[in-house]
Design a protein around this ligand. Structure first.
Ligand code: PEP
Ligand code: MN
Length: 336
């Protein structure tokens, strides 16, 4: 069960509520986020909701049968929308397009990418400065100095930044230079990282694990919420299967399933999802039709010279075409 406390709940009222929930045989966890304080009751026993509903200090009470609670759609009528400021949102009501290189490589690349995004009305730029690479000898990113350079240019252009945080120690140094923390597929179940991201007041986009189930992704989001941060975005980025014709198998199925199970916005990453440049567009369009609230993809002025993931990266011409088609697909979907 989820009990949302009223904003003016007195400590003794809270104590009575907690005791009453415990008497029902439920274990109580208190969660305080930017939005509210919740008491999460974990248990299975049947109970009469009126026993609690009448207690002073409770704003709202919901039965949630799912094992994950706060990210479940069962208690929240309205879908969550993540506000990045300056009228940039991720969630219901618009299609969020996030584009940029796999890795931030140089000032020139950042300038060219920002110009491309501005020209095409894209407000959010992606790019990695801390890169998880399969080989330790591959390019591993420009690090915090690269982020600061990128941030200065992005801010001047009114562009928001989404970038991957790989470990707890990076959160504080990155915090003031990013708009969305990205948790990569290799870190979906890094519970220490998720806990710490729950303690900051910045949006967090969590990618599905390489071999992760939909439920595991929801539990990862639950960690961030339960630690205090409601600003969460889920991202389907393809999973590892036996198929070799594509880098990963983009699980378009996950999009409507996640939207049915959770109130959180759902974004799709077709670049990593299929991993083949020529097929990024059809998969991106399929994801929009399946209900995605946003698309994140890789673009570079010269994909063949990119320091990472060039094989799945669109050039600016292909990117422009994709943006036009994404917006058309979104309009069509919304007209149904
Ligand atoms: C990326 O976005 O560049 C990336 C490394 O993604 P993922 O964690 O999905 O592999
Ligand atoms: Mn990449």
């Amino acid at each position: 069960m989820i009990i949302q406390l009223a904003s003016n709940t007195e400590p003794d009222q809270r104590k009575i509520i907690t005791e009453r929930v415990a008497q029902l045989g439920y274990k109580v966890n208190e969660v305080k986020t930017q939005e509210a304080t919740y008491l999460i009751g974990i248990g299975k026993k049947e109970f009469d909701i009126r026993l609690l509903g009448s207690l002073p200090g409770i704003a709202d009470i919901h039965r949630v049968s799912d094992d994950y609670k706060l990210v479940s759609r069962k208690w929240k009528v309205d879908r969550s929308k993540v506000d990045l400021g300056d009228q940039v949102f991720i969630g219901e009501g618009s299609l969020a397009i996030m584009a940029g290189p796999c890795s931030i490589e140089s000032e020139k690349q950042v300038d060219l990418t920002i110009a491309h995004l501005l020209e095409n009305g894209v407000r959010i730029m992606r790019g990695g400065v801390f890169k998880p690479r399969s080989s330790p000898y591959a390019f591993r990113g420009l690090g915090i100095d690269g982020l600061k350079m990128w941030y200065t240019k992005a801010r001047a252009a009114g562009i928001k930044i989404i970038t991957e945080v790989m470990q707890v120690s990076q959160i504080a140094e990155m915090h003031d230079y990013i708009d969305v923390f990205q948790v990569g597929a290799r870190n979906t179940q890094n519970f220490n990282l998720l806990d710490e991201l729950g303690r900051v007041d910045k949006p967090v986009m969590i990618k599905r694990g390489i071999s992760g189930t939909i439920e595991e992704l929801l539990y990862s989001a639950e960690y961030v919420f339960a630690a205090g941060n409601e600003k969460i975005i889920l991202c389907e980025r393809g999973i590892r299967t036996y198929e070799k014709a594509s880098r990963n198998t983009m699980d378009v199925n996950a999009i409507p399933i996640l939207k049915e199970k959770s109130h959180l916005p759902v974004v799709a990453d077709p670049s990593h999802g299929i991993g083949v440049r020529d097929f990024v567009e059809p998969v991106a369009l399929a994801a929009v039709m399946a209900g995605a609230d946003g698309i994140i993809y890789e673009t570079h002025q010269k994909p063949d010279e990119a320091l990472s993931d060039g094989q799945q990266t669109l050039d600016f011409h292909e990117s422009k075409r994709l943006i036009t088609r994404l917006n058309k697909a979104y309009e069509l979907r919304e007209s149904f």
